[in-house]
Design a protein around this ligand. Structure first.
Ligand code: PCA
Length: 201
Protein backbone atom coordinates (compact mmCIF):
# COMPACT_ATOMS: atom_id res chain seq x y z
CA UNK A 1 0.00 0.00 0.00
CA UNK A 2 1.28 3.40 -0.97
CA UNK A 3 0.36 6.25 1.37
CA UNK A 4 0.97 9.93 0.67
CA UNK A 5 1.28 11.74 4.00
CA UNK A 6 1.54 15.52 4.12
CA UNK A 7 2.24 18.08 6.85
CA UNK A 8 2.38 21.89 6.80
CA UNK A 9 5.13 24.38 7.49
CA UNK A 10 4.77 26.64 10.57
CA UNK A 11 2.29 29.52 10.37
CA UNK A 12 0.70 32.18 12.54
CA UNK A 13 3.92 33.00 14.38
CA UNK A 14 4.63 29.44 15.56
CA UNK A 15 8.21 28.20 15.36
CA UNK A 16 7.15 24.72 14.30
CA UNK A 17 4.13 22.87 13.02
CA UNK A 18 3.38 19.60 14.85
CA UNK A 19 1.96 18.15 11.62
CA UNK A 20 5.33 18.39 9.93
CA UNK A 21 7.19 17.22 13.04
CA UNK A 22 5.11 14.04 13.01
CA UNK A 23 5.37 13.48 9.25
CA UNK A 24 9.12 14.06 9.35
CA UNK A 25 9.54 11.43 12.06
CA UNK A 26 7.26 8.90 10.36
CA UNK A 27 9.33 9.25 7.19
CA UNK A 28 12.23 7.75 9.15
CA UNK A 29 10.31 4.94 10.86
CA UNK A 30 9.64 1.78 8.93
CA UNK A 31 5.97 0.80 8.75
CA UNK A 32 5.76 -2.79 7.57
CA UNK A 33 3.85 -3.27 4.34
CA UNK A 34 3.47 0.45 3.74
CA UNK A 35 5.34 2.67 1.33
CA UNK A 36 5.13 6.09 2.89
CA UNK A 37 5.65 9.17 0.74
CA UNK A 38 5.98 12.36 2.74
CA UNK A 39 5.59 15.90 1.46
CA UNK A 40 5.64 19.26 3.21
CA UNK A 41 2.97 21.72 2.07
CA UNK A 42 3.29 25.48 2.44
CA UNK A 43 0.57 27.12 4.55
CA UNK A 44 -0.48 29.09 1.50
CA UNK A 45 -3.76 29.08 -0.41
CA UNK A 46 -3.35 27.72 -3.92
CA UNK A 47 0.33 26.72 -3.65
CA UNK A 48 -0.48 24.03 -1.05
CA UNK A 49 -3.09 22.53 -3.33
CA UNK A 50 -0.86 22.65 -6.38
CA UNK A 51 1.87 20.80 -4.52
CA UNK A 52 -0.39 18.08 -3.18
CA UNK A 53 -2.20 17.42 -6.48
CA UNK A 54 1.15 17.31 -8.30
CA UNK A 55 2.31 14.74 -5.73
CA UNK A 56 -0.84 12.63 -6.18
CA UNK A 57 -0.30 12.68 -9.92
CA UNK A 58 3.38 11.79 -9.55
CA UNK A 59 3.20 9.06 -6.89
CA UNK A 60 -0.29 7.65 -7.53
CA UNK A 61 -0.88 6.71 -3.88
CA UNK A 62 -3.65 4.35 -2.72
CA UNK A 63 -4.40 6.64 0.19
CA UNK A 64 -3.75 10.33 0.91
CA UNK A 65 -3.72 11.58 4.49
CA UNK A 66 -3.07 15.27 5.06
CA UNK A 67 -2.18 16.47 8.55
CA UNK A 68 -2.47 19.92 10.03
CA UNK A 69 -2.18 21.75 13.33
CA UNK A 70 -5.37 22.72 15.11
CA UNK A 71 -4.15 24.78 18.06
CA UNK A 72 -6.63 24.60 20.94
CA UNK A 73 -8.04 21.20 20.07
CA UNK A 74 -7.41 18.59 22.75
CA UNK A 75 -7.20 15.40 20.70
CA UNK A 76 -6.43 13.84 17.33
CA UNK A 77 -9.38 14.89 15.23
CA UNK A 78 -10.37 12.97 12.15
CA UNK A 79 -12.13 15.35 9.77
CA UNK A 80 -15.43 14.26 8.23
CA UNK A 81 -16.04 17.01 5.69
CA UNK A 82 -14.41 19.78 3.65
CA UNK A 83 -16.39 22.84 2.51
CA UNK A 84 -16.04 24.80 -0.74
CA UNK A 85 -15.05 28.00 1.03
CA UNK A 86 -11.96 30.05 1.78
CA UNK A 87 -12.48 32.37 4.75
CA UNK A 88 -9.10 33.13 6.28
CA UNK A 89 -9.06 34.19 9.95
CA UNK A 90 -5.40 35.24 9.53
CA UNK A 91 -3.17 35.82 6.49
CA UNK A 92 -1.44 32.72 5.11
CA UNK A 93 2.35 32.50 4.83
CA UNK A 94 2.34 34.66 1.68
CA UNK A 95 -0.06 37.28 3.05
CA UNK A 96 -3.18 36.04 1.26
CA UNK A 97 -6.38 36.39 3.23
CA UNK A 98 -9.33 35.39 1.06
CA UNK A 99 -12.73 36.13 2.58
CA UNK A 100 -15.77 34.10 1.52
CA UNK A 101 -14.39 32.91 -1.80
CA UNK A 102 -14.97 29.50 -3.40
CA UNK A 103 -12.14 27.00 -3.62
CA UNK A 104 -13.61 25.69 -6.88
CA UNK A 105 -16.11 27.95 -8.65
CA UNK A 106 -19.22 25.89 -9.31
CA UNK A 107 -17.80 22.93 -7.37
CA UNK A 108 -19.86 20.88 -4.92
CA UNK A 109 -20.60 22.60 -1.59
CA UNK A 110 -18.71 19.88 0.25
CA UNK A 111 -16.84 16.61 0.03
CA UNK A 112 -16.82 13.89 2.67
CA UNK A 113 -13.63 12.16 3.70
CA UNK A 114 -13.31 8.78 2.01
CA UNK A 115 -11.31 7.34 4.91
CA UNK A 116 -12.98 5.03 7.47
CA UNK A 117 -13.18 7.84 10.01
CA UNK A 118 -15.20 5.98 12.67
CA UNK A 119 -12.86 3.03 12.57
CA UNK A 120 -9.85 5.33 12.88
CA UNK A 121 -11.29 7.00 15.98
CA UNK A 122 -12.23 3.65 17.51
CA UNK A 123 -8.75 2.20 16.94
CA UNK A 124 -7.06 5.28 18.39
CA UNK A 125 -9.22 5.19 21.50
CA UNK A 126 -8.67 1.48 21.95
CA UNK A 127 -4.93 2.20 21.98
CA UNK A 128 -5.52 4.77 24.72
CA UNK A 129 -5.07 7.79 22.47
CA UNK A 130 -7.65 10.63 22.69
CA UNK A 131 -9.39 11.04 19.33
CA UNK A 132 -12.69 12.20 17.89
CA UNK A 133 -14.55 12.92 14.68
CA UNK A 134 -14.53 16.60 13.71
CA UNK A 135 -17.34 18.01 11.60
CA UNK A 136 -15.40 21.07 10.50
CA UNK A 137 -11.87 21.41 9.19
CA UNK A 138 -12.29 25.19 9.47
CA UNK A 139 -12.09 27.61 6.55
CA UNK A 140 -8.33 28.21 6.42
CA UNK A 141 -5.65 26.37 4.41
CA UNK A 142 -6.34 22.91 5.90
CA UNK A 143 -9.96 22.85 4.72
CA UNK A 144 -8.75 24.24 1.37
CA UNK A 145 -6.29 21.36 0.97
CA UNK A 146 -8.77 18.70 2.08
CA UNK A 147 -11.41 19.98 -0.35
CA UNK A 148 -8.87 20.31 -3.14
CA UNK A 149 -7.55 16.77 -2.73
CA UNK A 150 -11.03 15.25 -2.73
CA UNK A 151 -12.08 17.37 -5.69
CA UNK A 152 -8.98 16.38 -7.68
CA UNK A 153 -9.58 12.68 -6.95
CA UNK A 154 -13.26 13.02 -7.98
CA UNK A 155 -12.46 14.94 -11.17
CA UNK A 156 -9.71 12.54 -12.20
CA UNK A 157 -11.85 9.54 -11.21
CA UNK A 158 -9.01 8.04 -9.18
CA UNK A 159 -9.51 5.05 -6.89
CA UNK A 160 -7.51 6.91 -4.23
CA UNK A 161 -9.06 7.36 -0.78
CA UNK A 162 -8.28 10.55 1.11
CA UNK A 163 -8.92 12.55 4.23
CA UNK A 164 -7.55 14.98 6.76
CA UNK A 165 -6.39 14.77 10.37
CA UNK A 166 -5.97 17.77 12.68
CA UNK A 167 -3.62 17.44 15.64
CA UNK A 168 -3.14 19.56 18.79
CA UNK A 169 -0.20 21.76 19.71
CA UNK A 170 2.95 20.13 20.99
CA UNK A 171 3.65 20.95 24.68
CA UNK A 172 6.49 23.29 23.63
CA UNK A 173 3.89 25.38 21.76
CA UNK A 174 1.10 25.11 24.33
CA UNK A 175 3.21 26.73 27.07
CA UNK A 176 3.00 29.94 25.04
CA UNK A 177 -0.83 29.83 24.81
CA UNK A 178 -2.56 30.13 28.18
CA UNK A 179 -4.63 27.04 29.03
CA UNK A 180 -4.13 25.48 25.60
CA UNK A 181 -4.22 21.69 25.48
CA UNK A 182 -1.36 19.74 23.91
CA UNK A 183 -0.28 16.24 23.00
CA UNK A 184 3.27 14.99 23.28
CA UNK A 185 5.32 13.96 20.30
CA UNK A 186 5.48 10.25 21.15
CA UNK A 187 1.70 9.97 21.51
CA UNK A 188 1.14 11.84 18.26
CA UNK A 189 3.55 9.61 16.38
CA UNK A 190 2.09 6.44 17.88
CA UNK A 191 -1.38 7.79 17.13
CA UNK A 192 -0.62 8.52 13.52
CA UNK A 193 0.72 5.01 13.02
CA UNK A 194 -2.52 3.61 14.47
CA UNK A 195 -4.60 5.97 12.29
CA UNK A 196 -2.72 5.07 9.11
CA UNK A 197 -3.10 1.32 9.75
CA UNK A 198 -6.80 1.81 10.49
CA UNK A 199 -7.22 3.81 7.28
CA UNK A 200 -5.73 0.97 5.25
CA UNK A 201 -7.54 -1.90 6.95
N1 PCA B 1 -3.24 24.26 10.14
C1 PCA B 1 -3.98 25.27 9.43
C2 PCA B 1 -3.27 25.42 8.11
C3 PCA B 1 -1.94 24.76 8.29
C4 PCA B 1 -2.07 23.99 9.53
O1 PCA B 1 -1.21 23.20 9.98
C5 PCA B 1 -5.47 25.00 9.34
O2 PCA B 1 -6.01 24.34 10.25
O3 PCA B 1 -6.11 25.44 8.41
Amino acid sequence: MKVLLTGFDPFGGESLNPSWEVVRQLAQDDMEGITLITVQLPTVYGASLKKVTTSINLYKPDVVIALGQAGGRPDISIERVALNINDAPIPDNEGNQPIDTSIVDGGPAAYFSTLPIKRMVAELRSEGIPASISNSAGTFVCNHVMYGILHYIAEQRLPTRAGFIHIPYLPVQAVLHKNAPSMDRETLIRGLKVAIRAALA
